[in-house]
Design a protein around this ligand. Structure first.
Ligand code: ASP
Length: 316
């Protein structure tokens, strides 16, 4: 008897928030979609050849980091000091191994560094200048400050830098009502039934005091467990940390027997909403079910599935 083919797929996001069609130009929309498509293809190509979900999420998130319109890697938002402090994490659902980093300024692809931390450092979570020194020792590609500059992000910072407020990744003046989180992330399932998750961000514009969001926190912004699900989040990090979002989705599946969709909806559209936390997530399970939940106006998102085709969406 012919062995039935195992499904494989990748799901990505490029941030959630008040992303309104009325505030988007046709040209910008095209650019965003091309960035998402390139990332989906980068991950899918690996899965198609029998590669691991871990390699696929790393490749997809690296592509999104290299794309300047998203708030991660090149194009990361500015801190209150006019610098970039990036956070990233990665997790392997087959063995619960994870790597994470926060507050680094010059590593070109923070997600690749998170993977090195997972596999080589003997630790899970590194931060700051010492972490950056370690990245250099490990041969990761470093870039000057100018590499991360993106004119739109600089303007966002100029608009708020003299205030006390830190901002979500606004791409325009606050009066327009546009509020965006441009963090990027990916979850993938490979042919061997293993799932992984990765997330990367510049955090929030004008952030101070070494602020760290949910993105590099295993269990908050990122989580993967073959038994339950792989999750990558985007949104107002303070709330995602308090709601332990990614692990909460996994727990609802593991301990309460909820399916993927119900677990995501419970956390994103109930718990987070009650707390006042805006944002969303992408998730999948080892059977190839996928979920892209958000409680904001929009979320840059897409998937490519060996059995269910490909889709890229922005608005609700
Ligand atoms: N969650 C990220 C943070 O709080 C922001 C984002 O999703 O854009 O740092």
């Amino acid at each position: 008897m012919e062995e039935s083919k195992k499904p494989f797929c990748i799901v990505i996001h490029g941030g959630a928030g008040t992303i309104l069609k009325s505030l988007m130009t046709e040209q910008k929309e095209k650019e965003y979609k091309s960035g998402l498509k390139a990332a989906l293809d980068a991950g899918y190509q690996i899965l198609e050849k029998g590669g691991s979900s871990l390699d696929a999420v790393e490749a997809a998130v690296s592509a999104l980091e290299d794309f300047p319109l998203f708030n991660a890697g090149k194009g990361a938002v500015f801190t209150n000091k006019g610098t970039h402090e990036m956070d990233a994490s990665i997790m392997d659902g087959s063995n619960l191994e994870a790597g994470a980093v926060s507050g680094i300024s010059h590593v070109k692809n923070p997600v690749q560094f998170a993977r090195v931390i997972k596999e080589k450092s003997g630790h899970v979570f590194l931060s700051g200048q010492d972490a950056e020194n370690y990245a250099q020792t490990m041969g990761l590609k470093l870039e000057d400050d100018s590499y991360f500059y993106e004119a739109g992000r600089y303007k966002q910072w100029q608009d708020v830098k003299d205030s006390d407020s830190y901002q979500l990744d606004h791409s325009d003046k606050q009066e327009t009502g546009e509020k965006k989180f441009g963090t990027v992330g990916a979850v993938a399932l490979d042919m061997n039934g293993n799932i992984s998750a990765a997330t990367s961000t510049g955090g929030m514009t004008n952030k101070k005091y070494g602020r760290v969001g949910d993105t590099p926190m295993i269990g908050a912004g990122t989580y993967a467990n073959n038994k339950t699900c792989a999750v990558s989040c985007t949104g107002h990090g303070e709330y995602f940390i308090r709601a332990v979002v990614a692990y909460d989705v996994s727990c609802l599946m593991e301990y309460k027997g909820l399916n993927l969709n119900d677990a995501c909806e419970e956390v994103v559209n109930k718990k987070l909403v009650e707390l006042g936390g805006e944002g969303g997530l992408v998730a999948l399970d080892a059977k190839g079910n996928i979920c892209m939940s958000f409680n904001s106006e929009g979320m840059y998102r897409g998937f490519k599935h060996s059995e269910n085709g490909e889709q890229i969406e922005i608005y609700r």
